[in-house]
Design a protein around this ligand. Structure first.
Ligand code: ZN
Length: 72
C-alpha cells in the first residue's frame, strides 16, 4: 500500500482504497498523488497495488462495451 505524499517504491498500477474504480499508474520515485474522486474533491488515500494488468485491461474493455451502465 502506498499513501498520498509518500514516494512510490515500485512502479505499477494502483487503485484508490476507497474508489477501487480509480486506477492510476505511479512510477517509482515519484510522489504518490491524491485520489481525484470523491464528493469533496481530491483526498488523501491509500493506494493498493493492482498487479494483474491483463485483468485490468479486460475490465476496462468491458466497461467500454457497456457505457450506458453509469447513467442508469
Ligand atoms: Zn478515492
Amino acid at each position: 500500500m502506498l499513501k498520498t505524499g509518500e514516494l512510490c517504491i515500485e512502479s505499477g498500477f494502483y487503485r484508490c482504497n476507497v474508489h477501487v474504480e480509480n486506477l492510476i499508474f505511479i512510477e517509482k520515485g515519484y510522489k504518490v498523488p491524491e485520489c481525484s474522486l470523491g464528493p469533496y474533491g481530491p483526498h488523501t488515500t491509500l493506494w493498493g497495488p493492482a498487479r494483474k494488468v491483463s485483468h485490468i485491461v479486460s475490465e476496462l474493455k468491458a466497461r467500454q462495451m457497456h457505457p450506458a451502465e453509469s447513467s442508469r
